[in-house]
Design a protein around this ligand. Structure first.
Ligand SMILES: [Zn+2]
Length: 162
C-alpha cells in the first residue's frame, strides 16, 4: 500500500494499528510472526486481525499440528476487499456530507457558545440553549458550506482516480 491517502482513510475508519497489520501482510504471515515483527503481544495482534477479518479485509488458512493438536493460522491480506472497503467507506461519507450540505444550505443555522442547531430546534426552546442558557443567534454558515463542498470534491476526485 503505497498510496498515502489510502492509508489515511483506513487509519481514520479503523485505527493506525490496523493499518500497520495490513501493511505487514504484503505476504502471508502467522500471527506470532506478526507479533514479533511489530514487537507487540500475540493477543493484541489477534484482536487486530479479528477486527480486520470481521470487515473481510484479511483471510486465514488454518492448519493443525498433528503432534500438538494446536492450530496455526496463516493470515493473508485481501487486496480487492481493501479497495472495496475504502470505496464503501467513502461512499457513506459522501452520503453524509451531501446530507449535511443540504441541511446547511436549506434552513437557518443558529448558534450559542456550546452548539449549533436548526431553526426548528431553536424554536423548540424559545431561542435559548438548554445547555448553556445563552440565546441562539443566527449564524452565517457560508464557510462551513464551502468546507463541505471542498471535502466532497476531494472524495469525488479520489473515487474517480481509483
Ligand atoms: Zn449552548
Amino acid at each position: 500500500m503505497d498510496n498515502e491517502l489510502l492509508v489515511n482513510i483506513l487509519a481514520e475508519s479503523m485505527s493506525k494499528d490496523h493499518v500497520t497489520v495490513i501493511e505487514k501482510l504484503s505476504e502471508p504471515k502467522r500471527d506470532e510472526e506478526l507479533a514479533a515483527e511489530l514487537n507487540v503481544k500475540e493477543t493484541i495482534v489477534r484482536t487486530l486481525l479479528n477486527d480486520l477479518h470481521v470487515k473481510s479485509l484479511v483471510e486465514y488458512e488454518r492448519t493443525k499440528n498433528k503432534k500438538t493438536g494446536w492450530y496455526t493460522y496463516l493470515w493473508k491480506k485481501r487486496d480487492n476487499k481493501v479497495m472495496e472497503y475504502i470505496n464503501n467507506y467513502l461512499q457513506n461519507r459522501l452520503d453524509g456530507l451531501y446530507q449535511t450540505l443540504n441541511e446547511e444550505k436549506n434552513g437557518m443555522i443558529f448558534k450559542c457558545s456550546c452548539s449549533r442547531v436548526s431553526f426548528e430546534k431553536a424554536t423548540n426552546t424559545d431561542f435559548i440553549c438548554p445547555e448553556c442558557n445563552e440565546p441562539y443567534l443566527a449564524f452565517d454558515n457560508s464557510k462551513e458550506i464551502s468546507e463541505i463542498e471542498t471535502e466532497i470534491a476531494k472524495i469525488n476526485n479520489f473515487l474517480r482516480s481509483v
